[in-house]
Design a binder for this molecule. Structure first.
Ligand code: XMP
Length: 511
């Protein structure tokens, strides 16, 4: 049984980060909705410790998420974070009240109990990140303070001896808690006794064995997108079942310059059994004259399913549809009302329609872990490190209607920008980059000629998860070179702008 630390999700935005941090310690972690904990089954499930996450709720809110802590505490070590700590304090007889002012932002630990195993190697002065509206105003009987800041007396506490229970009101999982990783290490390794054997290599070994067992002699179909997730899923499945995996890579005509042929070659080089389908004529025909962004997306989605379905139906003995779904897509996040929002499907509706079972070998991995697995599988860096690229491709970067001519212009400009980023060593420093073709023409002068041509916008952002993003502060010299090259080489473009909007309030894509 795979040993694991369970993170019980009470709906905080940073729950996923807790899971990631534990995985960074080479310890397997699983995020479970707060009301799905397998009480009493810790040994069978391999659970060696539990972390209670934060929450957007107050412990006093009507419908505040609660769990039966008494059936959990004492069985395995428990660490409550923020809401998790407040819930624990309240449950055992302490008190929690609205903080006089919202305790938010950086703080420094003024006092630390040096003998506390949770604070091993952490000294007074360490920076932590607070974000809570309520605060613990008294601890339950028998509980002790393990750390304080100048404003927060019970920044950390522990339960009575033998309870193996700790709580912290700050967020050790966030970057700004500089001692956070050490604290989580102390909990997971020092207190829970994790053996730190979770690695890309161990994941591959156990997953390939599990896939062999799950799939038997069945045939599997997988839709490749050129992105890292579906590519790694394909190579992993190929390792497990070889030629019984058939991959389908659809060209909708709005991929990057040469992307279809380059990626297809990479896939074939990896020994994948892959069918490339050039369906660009159909997509262009169905998109002709359509300007509304949502309609464009819908048409592309529907066309994709039609093309994929037609191709996949030729493989009559297929039993499974494999997808490169990853952990952030799967984690059921909780809304304030407590409704569970289910994960999305990359190829919505297909498995039911085609009567196929779903196989998602990466569903427990975070993006960086997917990349580590890809590397371990010997995949080329250019496949592993590719920027995210939207499913509808350049269609969401052409404002207004889409024509093959506009796509060709955008492909050229995009190619210059992306290759430039690579040459200048900037490609891996940004999360994602691309060019947007604007529905704007402006006057210019080239030689002695007046021009009246299109404007493009360059977009490059830094991000960790695409939920928030900042515009990348690219060097001026680089932008000057790219702008020059685009205007000189791309016929039909005479103006280059740089998008300096962050997300929120803007989004990464323009449509
Ligand atoms: P936004 O524009 O919402 O994008 O800030 C966040 C991330 O999602 C990608 N994106 C898409 N991916 N289909 C996709 O597969 C889409 O329709 C789509 N729209 C945006 C975007 O490139 C960024 O990485």
């Amino acid at each position: 049984m795979q040993e694991k630390i369970v993170i019980l999700d009470f709906g905080s935005q940073t729950t996923q980060l807790i899971g990631r941090r534990i995985r960074e310690l080479n310890i397997y972690s699983e995020i479970i909705p707060y009301n799905k904990y397998p009480f009493g089954r810790e040994a069978e499930e391999g659970i060696i410790g539990v972390i209670l996450s934060g929450s957007p709720l107050s412990v006093y809110d009507e419908g505040a998420f609660k769990i039966d802590l008494h059936s959990l505490v004492g069985r395995v070590p428990v660490l409550g974070i923020c809401y998790g700590a407040q819930l624990t304090a309240l449950e055992y007889g302490g008190s929690v009240e609205p903080a006089p002012s919202r305790e938010y932002g950086r703080a420094n630990l003024a006092y630390v109990d040096a003998a506390c195993p949770l604070f091993d190697g952490i000294e007074a002065g360490a920076q932590v990140w607070m974000s809570h509206g309520d605060t613990i105003t008294s601890l339950p009987e028998g509980f002790s303070t393990m750390a304080s800041t100048s404003d927060v007396r019970f920044a950390a506490f522990t339960g009575e001896a033998g309870m193996r229970l700790w709580g912290v009101q700050f967020h050790p999982e966030v970057f700004h808690s500089t001692c956070g990783m050490q604290l989580l290490r102390n909990f997971a390794i020092g207190i829970c006794g994790a053996s730190c054997t979770w690695s890309a290599a161990s994941f591959i070994e156990t997953t390939v064995a599990a896939l062999k067992e799950q799939l038997g002699d069945d045939r599997v179909i997988l839709g490749l997108s050129g992105g890292v997730d579906s590519s790694v899923a394909a190579v992993l499945l190929n390792k497990a079942i070889g030629d019984r995996l058939t991959c389908i890579f659809v060209d909708h005509g709005m991929l990057r310059k040469n992307e279809f042929s380059d990626v297809l070659r990479d896939y074939q080089g990896l020994g994948l059994n892959v069918i490339g389908v050039d369906a660009s004529a159909k997509f262009f025909a169905d998109l002709a004259g359509v300007t509304d962004p949502e309609r464009k997306r819908k048409i592309i989605g529907a066309d994709f399913i039609e093309v994929f379905d037609a191709e996949a139906s030729k493989i009559t003995d297929a039993r499974w549809l494999a997808q490169g779904t990853i952990y952030p897509d799967c984690i059921e996040s909780l809304s304030i009302t407590g409704t569970v929002i289910k994960s999305h499907h990359n190829v919505g509706g297909l498995p039911e329609r085609m009567n196929l079972k779903l196989c998602e070998p990466l569903r427990l991995l975070f993006k960086d872990e997917v990349r580590a697995v890809g590397r371990q599988l010997g995949m080329p860096e250019r496949l592993i490190n590719r920027h995210p690229f939207p499913g509808p491709g350049l269609a969401v970067r052409i404002l207004g209607d889409i024509t093959p001519e506009k796509v060709a212009v955008l492909q050229e400009a995009d190619h210059i920008f992306i290759e430039g980023l690579r040459e200048w060593g900037l490609y891996d420093k940004v999360w994602q980059a691309g060019v947007i073709l604007l529905p704007v023409q402006s006057v210019g002068v080239m030689g002695d000629e007046r021009t009246y041509e299109r404007a493009v916008a360059l977009r490059a952002v830094t991000s960790t998860d695409a939920m928030t993003a900042d515009w990348a502060h690219l060097p001026y010299d680089f932008m000057a070179k790219v702008s020059n090259e685009i205007i000189n080489k791309v016929r039909g473009v005479n103006r280059v702008c740089y998008d300096i909007s962050s997300k929120p309030p803007a989004t990464i894509e323009w449509e």
